[in-house]
Structure formats: structure tokens, C-alpha cells
Ligand binder design. Structure first.
Ligand code: FMN
Length: 401
């Protein structure tokens, strides 16, 4: 077989390493919630979705989103990690491995935007805070609950290894529980977990430390983190840089700087059109539908799409840490990927362009892919609540308004 990376001189096609894991190239399918775990059980479509990403040439595919605890779920179609699902996950990782790729799984906890109807209790959060996404108050976590969830992260990582995953990705961004502790917006605590950055970092940093102690020295732990929450009063870049350094010190193998707050600025992390119409038609309570209809366009802010939209801020993290750094956000062409490599990033994670063309790496190798036709209509986002994520533009045509 010809050495395609050398032939084309594309660094992104050359092998890379995260912790003890060798990857065949530097393109990773990012965690994009698939909506393919009815009742919290991994399904055959989920397996096929990731097998297809692996067959398409990505070095690693990320199964998203798996809660570490039963009470960390936002949708009924979200998994939570438990013995019962390990055999199904093992089938998935076996299928990915047969296609020559590695498999990672995103582990997190939704915290204050967990769904009460799914978890059967008031959601837990850093502080008692009203969630405009769920129209409900969260309950401030006790120290015992913080310890329990920390341990849940360790147990979930252990089960992920048992299920054959090659890496875990801790979700510490996007306004999920760990990012809720970091954010001054959601963390109003008066104890040793609130106030100063040192205190706000205590819980997320102890989770990374605990997972590292649980999985051993070499097992890859990627951390998805926020550069900025995307609104006034949230986490900003100067603090995020300190957080990145702390994660490195606690044993992170690689960082994925991202941004946004799911319950407040969900499109900060994606950019492009807001699929409000399609969202309202998804499975929601009447209250949520009416809320979206009346206030959706006020509550959900639009961010115009730009290529490489997190690059400038991520470069500041690049200067601060020496572990591998993964660029994410608006990577839609070979030029974008190579630019990331030239700027010192070790890997790229790609979401929408790989939802559109799961085989884009193979096509780059064959020389018949230059840039994605993804139009950032974000209808794929609405689809994740409607039975499973897919590229609506590719099948139904570009969004016409
Ligand atoms: C349909 C969809 C679902 C997503 N679900 C998740 C998720 O569960 N966890 C996560 O960290 N990011 C999620 N994201 C964000 C992506 O992983 C990625 O950070 C973002 O889309 C920017 O990358 P892109 O421009 O390559 O799409 C999702 C994105 C899309 C489009």
C-alpha cells in the first residue's frame, strides 16, 4: 500500500499518539450525541453509526454522550454507564476495531439541565439555579454527592475499559456538570467548591485525578473543556488557561478546547443556523414547546458560522500546555486540517463534516474530497431527538429557509 500521507504530504494523515494509544491519523470523530440509545441501551444503529465512521478512515470515533450516573441524563435516549450495557458496548468497540480505528466514549453528567422526567428527581447542580432550558430549579450538591459523582466517573471509566474502549473523553465543557462548577454563572457556592478559581476547579480537577488513578498511567484521558462559556458572567479565556494547566497536572492525556453552555448558549459550540422549527417538533413537554415557540429566538442566540472558529482562543491554550491538543470547531476542508497542524495542534476533532461524509478520510486518501458540503443548517441537531442523528442537507437538500 502506498504511503499516502507522505505522497500527499498531509500531516493530518500521519500517525499520532495520545498517551499510550497509537492512532493511524490525526482525524477524530467528535462526540455528537447520536440519539440512538432508546431507554438508555446502546442499539444496533449506534454500532453501525460508529462502524461506518471507522470504516470511513477516522483514526478514532467518539461515542457520545454517556452519563456516569443515572441522575446525569438529559434525554431518555442517553446511556448511563453500567455493567448491563458492557456486552453491547463491547460489540460496538469490536466492530470499530475490525475497521482499524480506535474507540473513545464521552463520559459526563448533565447536572442542572438533567431532565427531571428522565431521572425521576430534581436535577443536581453546583448551586440552586434556575435552568431556562428545563424551566426548573436544580438542587445544590452536598459534599457526599460530589464524592459519589467523582467515584461514578472512576467506575464509568473502568467499565469503559472493560467494554473495549481505547480512550475516555471526560466532558468538562459545554455547561455540563463539571463546567457548571467552573462557571461563576452556575456556581454560587460559599464553601470550598465555590468562589475563587481554585475552589471552582476543585471538583473537576479531583475528577480528572480520580479517573487517572483508576485507569493507570498510560490509558488515554481526553478532556473536552470550555475556552469561554459564551456569555457575560461565565467562564472566560484567562481562567480557562489556568484550568487547562491544572488538567494537565492532574493527568489529562489531551485537551479539546471548545466552548458554550448547553442550557444557555448551545450554538456557541457549533455556530450556524438555529433549527428552531425542527426542534419544536421534537419530543418535548407542552411547556417546553410553548417556551421555545414564544421565547426560542430570544433565549437561543445565533452565532454566524466561521471556519476554525475556536482556533484563535485554542492557540492560547497551546502556549500554556505541552500535552497533545485537539482542535475542534468549524473544520471543513483539507486546508483547515493542515492549518491546524501547522499551528501546533496534534489532532483535529470533526463533528458535522463527518456526519455529512463519514468516509471523508478515505476520500482524502483517494484524492476526491477537498471540502465539506455541510451548510451548517444544524438540522442534524434537531434529528438527535427524533430517533438518530443524520445529515438532513445531504438527503433532503440544502436548507432553503
Ligand atoms: C448533532 C450534534 C450533536 C452534538 N452532541 C455533542 C455531544 O453530545 N457532546 C459534545 O461534547 N459535543 C456535541 N456536539 C458538538 C460537536 O462535538 C462539536 O464540538 C461541534 O459540532 C463543533 O464541531 P464541528 O464544527 O466539526 O461540527 C454535537 C454537535 C452536533 C452537530
Amino acid at each position: 500500500m502506498p504511503d499516502i500521507a507522505a505522497e500527499k504530504q498531509l500531516k493530518v494523515l500521519s500517525p499520532g499518539k495520545i498517551g499510550g494509544l497509537e492512532l493511524r491519523n490525526r482525524i477524530i470523530r467528535s462526540g455528537c450525541f447520536e440519539g440512538m440509545c432508546p431507554g438508555g441501551f446502546p442499539s444496533d444503529p449506534l454500532l453501525e453509526h460508529h462502524r461506518e465512521a471507522a470504516a470511513g478512515g477516522a483514526a478514532m470515533t467518539t461515542v457520545s454522550y454517556c452519563s456516569v450516573s443515572f441522575d446525569g441524563r438529559g434525554f431518555d435516549s442517553e446511556m448511563w454507564m453500567r455493567e448491563e450495557i458492557v456486552p453491547e458496548l463491547r460489540r460496538l468497540t469490536d466492530a470499530v476495531h475490525l475497521e482499524g480505528a480506535a474507540a473513545s466514549i464521552q463520559l459526563g453528567h448533565c447536572g442542572y439541565f438533567s431532565s427531571k422526567s428522565v431521572i425521576g428527581r430534581r436535577p443536581l447542580g453546583a448551586s440552586r439555579k434556575f435552568c431556562t432550558f428545563r424551566y426548573a430549579f436544580a438542587q445544590e450538591m452536598t459534599e457526599e454527592e460530589i464524592t459519589r459523582v467523582t467515584e461514578d466517573f472512576g467506575k464509568a471509566a473502568t467499565l469503559a475499559i472493560k467494554a473495549g474502549f481505547d480512550a475516555v473523553e471526560i466532558h468538562a465543557g459545554h455547561g455540563y456538570l463539571l463546567s457548571q462548577f467552573l462557571s461563576p454563572y452556575t456556581n454560587r457556592r460559599q464553601d470550598r467548591y465555590g468562589g475563587s478559581l481554585e475552589n471552582r476547579m476543585r471538583f473537576p480537577a479531583s475528577v480528572i485525578k480520580h479517573v487517572r488513578e483508576t485507569v493507570g498511567a498510560d490509558f488515554p484521558i481526553l478532556i473536552k473543556m470550555n475556552l469561554r462559556d459564551g456569555f457575560k458572567g461565565g467562564l472566560e479565556l484567562d481562567e480557562a488557561i489556568e484550568v487547562a494547566k491544572r488538567y494537565e497536572a492532574e493527568g489529562a492525556s489531551a485537551l479539546i478546547p471548545s466552548g458554550g453552555f448547553t442550557a444557555k448558549t448551545p450554538f456557541y459550540m457549533m455556530r450556524g443556523r438555529i433549527p428552531l422549527k425542527e426542534w419544536i417538533h421534537g419530543p418535548k413537554s407542552l411547556l417546553e414547546k410553548v417556551g421555545l415557540l414564544l421565547f426560542g429566538s430570544i433565549l437561543v442566540q445565533t452565532y454566524p458560522f466561521e471556519e476554525l472558529f475556536f482556533m484563535e482562543d485554542s492557540l492560547k491554550v497551546r502556549e500554556a500546555v505541552s500535552i497533545p491538543l485537539v482542535l475542534i470547531g468549524g473544520i471543513c476542508s483539507i486546508d483547515n486540517m493542515e492549518k491546524a497542524m501547522q499551528e501546533g495542534f496534534d489532532f483535529v476533532q470533526i463533528g458535522r463534516a463527518l456526519i455529512r461524509d463519514p468516509d471523508l478520510v478515505r476520500r482524502i486518501e483517494r484524492g476526491d474530497w477537498q471540502e465539506s458540503q455541510c451548510d451548517h443548517c444544524n438540522r442534524c441537531v434537531a434529528e438527535m431527538e427524533n430517533g438518530g442523528v443524520w445529515c438532513v442537507s445531504k438527503v433532503k437538500g440544502q436548507y432553503k429557509g
